[in-house]
Ligand binder design. Structure first.
Ligand code: ASP
Length: 582
């Protein structure tokens, strides 16, 4: 190599050694007669020093070197008189004897330091420069380390990584497919995988029995703050297993990552919560259990007491904010505005402040002190607490309460980034009724099996069937999900029928899988984890873009390579495509 050492490793122990380093100029300072250059590479920063008295020629050369020039310097390691104990190389500097400019650099569009003056858009446009910055680089390294630990753990458990194709046919994971036109077959298209679901099931039929893959998946969904059209899954499948085998194996993976990446020992088994319990207590199937503040149903206590707004509703529920009785009128108004936001959807907010001498509430006129005391008892409210109550249609109100709960968690600082509370959510509904299409949809995907005890409901009440499916949730983030699959041809056909597929449609789209089920398909199940999300959670940021080397922006655009972009008429012609309404 051109260098003998990296910029992150030299210490006092190498004093008086001759070394050669390569890297980029982060900063240079000229103190009249002495020039210092901070030279950066992937590993750290080392200070170079040039002295006019000892080598005027070199000193003059060094003074002309600008930020981000890539250079190669040979010199002697010296003890610094002015030490910087904040960095590992801060006790030494290199007295340079020879300096080569490997390549000059234009002035970078933003400062490439811990804190930069560049805005998001500019940094994305020059992402390769942004990646030179320590905080961004650290994230990419964390991502690699996590991938390595995932592979290590699964390898030890006898999983093998198998690649599955990227040009495939549509997979029904509930989003739209990205499609790729076929040039050789005019009017025909490949789809990019939303997940390798059907392939991993076929691999089980092939006998590979423990498969995994760190794999790119593609979903053409509407823009949302932190969604990427392409993302990475840790995709896994196992044969001859039941639900508990899967949960145990992947709880092991999660614990391994907790330990290796966050140095956190999780002891005991992860708690399990049924879907219905999660909705009832947290208003969501991805509960953040770092704090309590559970939702309490007070419909029975609050309905039919002459308060019009409550009397006509399906559900009344609330949360108890510990020590919140001191909330001011203004703060409560802000909370009311919060729950009324269209994306939260509540019509109003009722509060009750619990004080030893008086209970103060927005509905004092309609409820007696005794009645409000009953609410408090139900919600485990004590002196000094604040009750926040919402009412309306059950599902919508629970949703709004879930958001209000999180908002209060945030306001009261109950969501520590360095605390991790994993749990499994189990017993999801198998099907979801969609009013618009007047059809059932698979809540997870159509290959998920039902819990055996619920088989009798197929004929009578399919909406009540529970799926043999599970999600791993950590700190309110859905980190992964999977299920025990259907492996019986008849059962799969019945599932497609329930989902409104005609026999012909099912054959056309999934004939290959149903056919494979005829050749000794083993019982199997699996799970897939959102790798980007998991890294983000462990990295402690809120944005998955921080952990992807070349991410798309919130509008799905890569501003660096400027895509999506138009094709030439010639390319369109070759693909037998025509753009209408350009
Ligand atoms: N393929 C599923 C998904 O992408 C995960 C699974 O069932 O294993 O969500």
């Amino acid at each position: 190599m051109l260098r003998t050492h990296t910029c992150g490793e030299l210490q006092l122990s190498s004093r008086e050694k001759e070394v050669t380093l390569c890297g980029w100029v982060q900063k240079s300072r000229d103190l009249g007669g002495m020039t210092f250059i901070d030279m950066r590479d992937r590993y750290g920063i080392t200070q170079l020093v040039f002295n006019m008295e000892t080598n005027a020629g070199l000193y003059n050369k060094a003074r002309k070197i600008g930020r981000e020039f890539v250079i190669c310097a040979t010199g002697i390691v010296k003890e610094r008189s002015n030490k910087n104990l904040n960095i590992p190389t801060g006790e030494i500097e290199i007295e340079v004897k020879e300096l080569k400019v490997l390549n000059p650099s234009d002035v970078p569009p933003f400062t490439i330091e811990e804190k930069t003056d560049g805005g998001e858009e500019l940094r994305m446009k020059y992402r390769y420069l942004d990646l030179r910055r320590n905080p961004v680089k650290k994230n990419i390294i964390l991502r690699y380390e996590m991938a390595r630990e995932v592979r290590k753990y699964l390898d030890k458990k006898d999983f093998i990584e198998i690649e599955t194709p990227v040009l495939i046919k549509s997979t029904p994971e509930g989003a739209r497919d990205f499609v790729v036109p076929s040039r050789l077959k005019a009017g025909e298209f490949y789809a990019l995988p939303q997940s390798p679901q059907t392939f991993k099931q076929l691999l089980m039929i092939s006998g590979f029995d423990k498969y995994f893959q760190l794999v790119k998946c593609f979903r053409d969904e509407d823009y949302r703050a932190d969604r990427q059209p392409e993302f990475t899954q840790i995709d896994c499948e196992m044969s001859f297993v039941e639900r508990d085998d899967i949960l145990k194996t992947f709880e092991g993976l999660a614990k391994h990552l907790f330990k290796k990446i966050r140095d956190f020992d999780y002891t005991g088994a992860f708690p399990r919560l049924s879907y219905s319990e999660a909705i009832e207590k947290y208003g969501t199937d991805k509960p953040d259990t770092r704090f309590g503040m559970l939702i309490q149903d007070i419909t029975e206590l609050a309905k039919g007491k002459g308060f019009k707004l409550f009397d006509s509703v399906e559900y009344i529920g609330g949360i108890c904010v510990k020590g919140g009785a001191g909330y001011s009128r203004k703060e409560l108004d802000t909370l009311t505005a919060f729950v009324r936001k269209p994306q939260i959807g509540a019509t109003g907010l009722v509060y009750v402040k619990l004080n030893s001498d008086a209970v103060k509430s927005s509905v004092d006129k309609f409820f007696t002190r005794e009645e409000l005391d009953k609410w408090a008892a139900n919600m485990k409210g004590e002196n000094g607490d604040l009750l926040l109550v919402l009412a309306g249609e059950r599902k919508k109100t629970l949703y709004a309460l879930s958001k209000l709960r999180l908002e209060m968690g945030k306001q009261l600082d109950l969501m520590d980034k360095n605390t991790f509370t994993p749990l499994w959510v189990v017993d999801f509904p198998l099907l979801e009724w969609d009013d618009e299409s007047q059809k059932y949809h698979a809540k997870h995907h159509p290959f998920t099996s039902a819990i055996k005890d619920d088989f009798h409901l197929f004929k009578t009440d399919p909406g009540k069937i529970r799926a043999n499916a599970y999600d791993l949730v950590i700190n309110g983030v859905e980190i992964g999900g999977g299920s025990i699959r259907i492996h019986d041809k008849q059962e799969q056909a019945e599932m497609f029928r329930l989902l409104g597929f005609s026999h012909e449609e099912a054959e056309k789209q999934f004939g290959f899988l149903m056919n494979a089920f005829r050749y000794g398909a083993p019982p199997h199940g699996g799970i897939a984890f959102g790798f980007d999300r998991w890294v983000t959670l462990f990295g402690g940021s809120n944005s998955i873009r921080d952990y992807i080397a070349f991410p798309k922006n919130t509008a799905g655009r890569d501003v660096m390579i400027d895509t999506p972009s138009a094709l030439s008429d010639e390319q369109l012609g070759e693909l037998s495509l025509k753009v209408v309404n350009k």
